[in-house]
Design a protein around this ligand. Structure first.
Ligand code: PGA
Length: 267
């Protein structure tokens, strides 16, 4: 089964002013020409429409970093999937470890009560995924274990639980459109990459978990990305793994040349 790779940049809150975001988008458009894979930039909400102006009509797709599950209403601060679609998005990242309040590099003043502010859980991710699909957005659902969970031997069970809960009540036809990203929390922004064989093993575990719930055919077409300190030097080895269909790139997506080198490594 040939799955088209996807290289997705996650600019997080790092692209600065709207004009700086437009400059970065322009550099990406100039550096990434005729890609052999799907290419996406997920940008801060305020920069979505300005960046869409730059990328529209080019091979670069636009994505958001989160959404709400309602289409409209008294939901101060939230953004509906239909609004993202209207701003030019075709993808949305859901359940990133940072929106779950699980940081690869913990803040010095972090305390558990901060988690309530983020408030993201498998149940909210599930609602958001359903709503995003209803607005023709492709959800990129992030799953992954913390270092403590890995050291306790819980990696596979934590991920299986995240998959089952975030996909609850989705039809097979909906699940087929979802993209998963395996993002070990301990590898995000830390410079510590997951070994390629282990990343491939966990992505295979994601595939077989989805296959066991929704059928082998869906497991075969499902696109699964690896994310966590992917850079131009380690991308070729990670992207050559049979179960890794692309990357979710944080730090390296902020330099157009590095991002373009990773895109070139995805064949
Ligand atoms: P990183 O981030 O590439 O900076 O580790 C990846 C991500 O969080 O999506």
């Amino acid at each position: 089964m040939q799955r088209k790779p996807l290289i997705a940049g996650n600019w997080k809150m790092n692209s600065g002013t709207v004009s700086a975001a437009r400059e970065l988008a322009t550099a990406v458009v100039e550096s990434v020409t005729a890609p052999a894979c799907d290419v996406l930039v997920c940008v801060p909400t305020v920069a979505l429409h300005p960046v869409w102006d730059v990328v529209s009509g080019t091979p670069i797709h636009l994505g958001a970093q989160d959404c709400f599950w309602k289409a409209s209403g008294a939901y101060t601060s939230q953004t509906a999937p239909v609004m993202l679609e209207d701003a030019g998005c075709t993808y949305v990242i859901l359940g990133h470890s940072e929106t779950r309040g699980r940081f690869g590099v913990p803040e010095p003043d972090f305390d558990e009560t901060i988690l309530a502010y983020f408030g993201e859980s498998d149940a909210t991710i599930n609602r958001k995924a359903k709503a995003a699909l209803g607005a023709e957005l492709t959800p990129i659902i992030c799953v992954g274990e913390t270092l403590a969970e890995r050291n306790e031997g819980k990696t596979d069970s934590v991920i299986a639980e995240q998959i089952q809960s975030t996909l609850a009540n989705l039809s097979a036809g909906e699940v087929e459109k979802v993209v998963f990203a395996y993002e070990p929390v301990w590898a995000i922004g830390t410079g510590q990459t997951c070994d390629s064989a282990e990343a491939n093993r966990v992505c295979g575990h994601i595939r077989s978990t989805v296959a066991s719930l929704y059928g082998v055919g869906i497991g075969e077409v499902l696109r699964i990305l690896y994310g966590g300190s992917m850079k131009p030097d380690n991308a070729p080895e990670l992207l050559a793994q049979p179960n890794i269909d692309g990357g979710l790139i944080g730090g390296a997506s902020l330099k157009a040349a590095d991002f373009a080198a990773i895109v070139a490594a995805a064949k």
